[in-house]
Design a protein around this ligand. Structure first.
Ligand SMILES: *Cc1c(COP(=O)(O)O)cnc(C)c1O
Length: 400
């Protein structure tokens, strides 16, 4: 790939930013601060539903800003963990004593793994890195490598056999999975629960579940209600992606009562905040839920169209996904890091490089679905970037 001298300076700065951010990508604020010369038009790295953010802002303006209630939110303590759990209980049809509220799902992942994983955890890879990064010293991590040949989907029989062989006390299933979006059906999850009853903790991360469906009318699926009959099941849910509110840090976990009690007795009394509490109250309201569901379905349909168009592009392989993003393999010899830099510099599109994800072999990027007009711009830009650079590379080769 060809870069001008000016571009190369930016590429170098990008590399530094990426290294500083560790296993997560540098956020948009960091970019604006450290690379002011770059104009990011579209953040297709962060995986959120933009229509959901719009809806939240509409309610927030009307009910909090315009009424002056913002003062209460900032000045007062939020409700305690158990009080917010009660707000969710009716809506989710789950006993409040089974609900633990987190300052983002990440806090719940850390709390659960630190408190309840004893000796051995089994994790499918590629995955969301916190699951292996947060294990305590002395805990063994067993990786279940998802097969590239099977598009990194979960082979249930093979998975169950592996768990029976390794006997971990904790297993983790992200559904749909991040970074590839592969979905495991409810019937398969039920089979895992039935056959792996002896595993102490079965964590199912449903942070992208609002984008998944099994019926023609895109009805929401969830395993949260299975916790009652399966005391070893722990369902973790981030609100950041499908509700587009990462900034307020809201997530919850559904788990057996004793676990919630253990966590609460460790602290976590006011670990939420006023904004997150307002969000949770909204989430549990039928007027909000109805409007949210309409735009959830609209976004799913637009994402399906987006994926279909991506599949028409040359030189890439688009992996199957039931989330709001796709894993893409570059098949024409272009390096993912260079491709990402080019898209950012030339088109202002920021996407995730997946060259640091363990379990992925090849040049991978992860691309989020945005609003329809943004998706159109992404498709056009990808198309021209792929075609131009592939042609250039071919010309170079013949010259050499
Ligand atoms: C983003 C993400 C989280 C963390 O979400 P927060 O609620 O923002 O902390 C957890 N699990 C998965 C799979 C994620 O992609």
């Amino acid at each position: 790939m060809k870069f001008t001298d000016e571009e190369l300076i930016v590429v170098e700065k990008l590399e530094i930013l990426k290294n500083e951010a560790g296993s997560h990508s540098p956020g948009i604020f960091t970019f604006r601060q450290k690379l002011p010369e770059l104009e990011i038009k579209i953040d297709a790295c962060f995986l959120s539903n933009p229509y959901a953010t719009d809806l939240f802002i509409e309610y927030f303006n009307k009910e909090i800003l315009e009424t002056g209630k913002i003062r209460d939110l900032l000045e007062c303590y939020p409700s305690q963990n158990g009080v917010i759990a009660e707000i969710l209980a009716d809506f989710l049809d789950i006993n409040a004593k089974n609900i633990f509220i987190g300052n983002g799902a990440i806090e719940i992942i850390q709390a659960v793994i630190h408190n309840f994983t004893e000796k051995k955890i089994m994790i499918n890879i590629p995955t969301f890195s916190s699951y292996y990064e947060y294990v305590k010293e002395g805990v063994e991590v067993v990786y279940n490598e998802l097969s590239k040949k099977e598009d990194y989907s979960l082979d249930i029989a093979n998975y169950i056999a592996k768990v029976k062989f390794h006997r971990p006390d904790t297993i983790v299933l992200i559904n749909p999975n991040n970074p590839n979006g592969a979905y495991t059906r409810v019937s398969d999850v039920q089979r895992i629960l039935d056959e792996l009853w002896f595993v102490k903790n079965i964590i199912i991360d449903e942070s992208f579940i609002h984008f998944a469906y099994e019926s023609k009318n895109y009805q929401l699926v969830s395993m949260a209600n299975l916790v009652e009959d399966n005391p070893n099941l722990i369902v973790i849910k981030s609100m950041s992606k499908d509700f587009g509110v990462a900034g307020i840090r809201a997530g919850y976990g559904i788990m057996k009562k004793e676990y919630v009690q253990t966590l609460l007795s460790n602290g976590y009394l006011w670990n939420s905040n006023g904004l997150a509490e307002y969000f949770f109250r909204l989430y549990a309201r039928s007027d909000f839920a109805m409007r949210y569901d309409i735009l959830r379905v609209r976004y799913i349909i637009e994402t399906l169209e987006f994926i279909k168009e991506l599949r028409q592009l040359p030189y890439i392989k688009v992996y199957p996904s039931m989330a709001n993003f796709v894993l893409i393999e570059l098949t024409n010899g272009i390096l993912a890091s260079e491709f990402v830099a080019k898209l950012l510099i030339t088109y202002g599109i920021y996407i995730r490089i997946c060259d640091d994800k363990i379990g992925l072999e090849g040049q991978f990027i992860r691309l989020a679905s945005r609003s329809r007009s943004e998706n159109n711009y992404i498709i056009e830009s990808l198309k021209s970037c792929l075609e131009m650079n592939s042609v250039l590379d071919m010309v170079n080769e013949t010259v050499v």
